[in-house]
Design a protein around this ligand. Structure first.
Ligand SMILES: Nc1ncnc2c1ncn2[C@@H]1O[C@H](COP(=O)(O)OP(=O)(O)OP(=O)(O)O)[C@@H](O)[C@H]1O
Ligand SMILES: [Mg+2]
Length: 242
């Protein structure tokens, strides 16, 4: 098991957002998380990464208790977060962004070539300022940066938000390849059902800081079935679906 989370509670100051989350992720497994706005998806990823303090419960990464460990230690142990909004340095070039990530990780320069081999589109943009890239290209850069540290568990927060379908397909291909070759595990928060269907082994539905149901990707493939399932998990009282 790469990640074991038990009865996790966390939030902001006295406000509790996560109300007791338990989750197991196997090596090489891709878990999707689906939920309305404000349900706690980003809060969960930030708590897993160590950006928010755990109020109660535990997080084990690769069998080691990291509940009280800072984000840097979790990164060194193989966990990386690509945040919602991407977190790249827009004034630096694509190349500088990648080098910066690599230097922080202490890994050799040769890693950069290995990572970039999966991103032909980025290689052509090496000298371009990151802020001048399209949204999709910025997402590819954020992903490449995350891969520079050689993660075993990648946390992705709405990676397809505002990007064109061709880049969504590229991301699916790159991550699928890494799962096969390096047993990379993924937790993907996403509202894009098509993307989740292509990438996730299972999809957990989050509501008010807790998991309230699970959908199989097969179910997501059928629009009528998936809408019926979402009605069940979210309730059909006219709430807007994701
Ligand atoms: N920095 C913060 N300080 C205080 N409250 C916050 C903060 N960030 C988020 N919240 C609150 O925590 C709750 C969960 O927010 P969170 O960002 O985790 O939701 P989300 O499921 O990721 O939503 P979205 O789909 O809009 O990204 C919301 O009620 C939100 O207002
Ligand atoms: Mg969010």
């Amino acid at each position: 098991m790469i990640l074991t989370v038990r009865k996790l509670k966390a939030g902001y100051g006295p406000m509790q957002v996560l109300s007791g989350i338990s989750l197991d992720v196997n090596a090489g497994e891709a878990v999707g998380i689906l939920g309305h706005n404000g349900m706690g998806k980003t809060t969960l990823l930030r708590t897993l990464m160590g950006h928010l303090t755990v109020q109660d419960g535990s997080i084990h990464l690769g069998g080691k208790d990291v509940t009280q460990e800072p984000a840097e230690r979790r990164a060194a142990a193989g966990m990386t977060l690509v945040p919602q909004g991407r977190g790249i340095f827009s004034g630096l070039s694509v190349f500088e962004n990648l080098r910066f990530a690599l230097v922080g990780s202490g890994r050799p320069e040769s890693v950069l070539d290995e990572v970039v081999a999966s991103f032909p589109r980025l290689r052509r943009l090496f000298d371009r300022a990151a802020g001048a890239l399209s949204g999709g290209e910025q997402q590819l850069l954020a992903l490449a940066r995350a891969l520079c540290i050689g993660p075993s568990l990648l946390l992705l927060d709405e990676p397809t938000e505002g990007i064109q379908p061709s880049i969504c397909d590229e991301i699916v291909d790159i991550l699928g390849q890494l799962r096969r070759t390096s047993k990379l595990s993924l937790i993907v928060v996403e509202q894009n059902l098509e993307f989740l269907r292509a990438l996730a082994d299972r999809v957990l539905v989050m509501q008010k800081g807790a998991f309230v149901g699970e959908l199989s990707p097969g179910l997501l493939a059928d629009p009528v079935e998936s809408m019926a399932a979402l009605d069940i998990v979210f309730g059909a009282e006219g709430e807007q679906r994701p």
